[in-house]
Design a protein around this ligand. Structure first.
Ligand SMILES: NC(=O)CC[C@H](N)C(=O)O
Length: 268
């Protein structure tokens, strides 16, 4: 048996919802072959201490309120261990909403005096892009990255119900997009990859060509990104019953664990 421990930072916010969808997503992954001598067993834990963080192979930073989360993390002495986990140990981390804010290198529309961040994504996020709590909304998102192995071509992936609650968006990607080595920066660092955009209703049909003109880009917000081990979404998949993003991320967690420890079997 190979154990993979996935933590959810449990200082504040949508912890239980993530734990519940993680369990459902893990159950939805293909079962390992009967002769697999070391099948994977996931443990899902709440993380409030450095000891709990140290047990984790991967971590979710949930939605909630990033200013509060940063203050509590500082008080508990967790900010530096979190930075180490994300940027030095390079373990898989996923931030949803406030979690995306925490994982950004920069944030705008912060409280006066700014707020502490964990960082890891070379982006600047704009907090509360769509206004206050009562301006929360739900919108179908086209997320081609979910097409990978579900038998769908990228353009026919069923839409994902995006729940936006005082959501941030990525307002700037800080690394240049044109580099000599595709996919990496001059320093060999992987570039930020845009995995999902939200087009405001009435702004037309999204096509690859239309996204390349500046005037049309104005109508698009970046709502899902990945860079190396760090993944972030503006919206809240844990508030739906749709396990697709959790399952996709768990597969990446297994791949990452396999790379760190080649004895982890190729069973999911
Ligand atoms: N639903 C959410 O996670 C809201 C995030 C919140 N606007 C923040 O900055 O932390």
């Amino acid at each position: 048996m190979t154990n993979i421990t996935v933590g959810v930072l449990a200082l504040q916010g949508g912890v239980i919802e993530h734990l519940s969808l993680l369990r459902k997503a893990a159950a939805s992954l293909p079962t390992p072959p009967a002769d697999d001598v070391k099948p994977i067993r996931f443990s899902f834990i709440e993380v409030r201490t450095t000891e709990q963080l140290a047990q984790c192979d991967a971590l979710i930073i949930p939605g909630g309120e990033s200013t509060t989360m940063a203050i509590v993390a500082r008080r508990l002495g967790l900010l530096e261990p979190l930075r180490q986990f994300v940027k030095i140990d390079c373990k898989p981390v996923w931030g949803t909403c406030a979690g995306l804010v925490m994982l950004a290198e920069e944030a705008s529309a912060t409280k006066q005096g700014g707020q502490e961040l964990v960082g890891g994504l070379d982006v600047r996020v704009l907090r509360n892009r769509y206004g206050t709590q009562i301006q929360s909304f739900v919108a179908d998102l086209n997320l081609p990255f979910l097409g990978g192995d579900a038998g769908h071509a990228a353009d026919v992936v069923p839409p994902f119900r995006g729940i936006f609650i005082r959501a941030p968006v990525v307002e700037e990607i800080m690394t240049p997009s044109s580099r000599s080595t595709p996919g990496t920066g001059d320093d060999g660092k992987e570039l930020v990859e845009v995995l999902g955009v939200f087009r405001k209703p009435g702004s037309g049909i999204y096509t690859a060509e239309s996204s390349s003109t500046e005037s049309q880009k104005v109508d698009e917000d970046i709502v899902a990104v990945r860079q190396r081990n760090v993944f972030g979404t503006s919206f809240h998949p844990e508030l739906t019953n749709d396990t697709r993003i959790h399952a996709w991320w768990l597969k990446y967690v297994v791949d990452a664990a396999r790379q760190r420890n080649p004895s982890v079997p190729n069973s999911v």
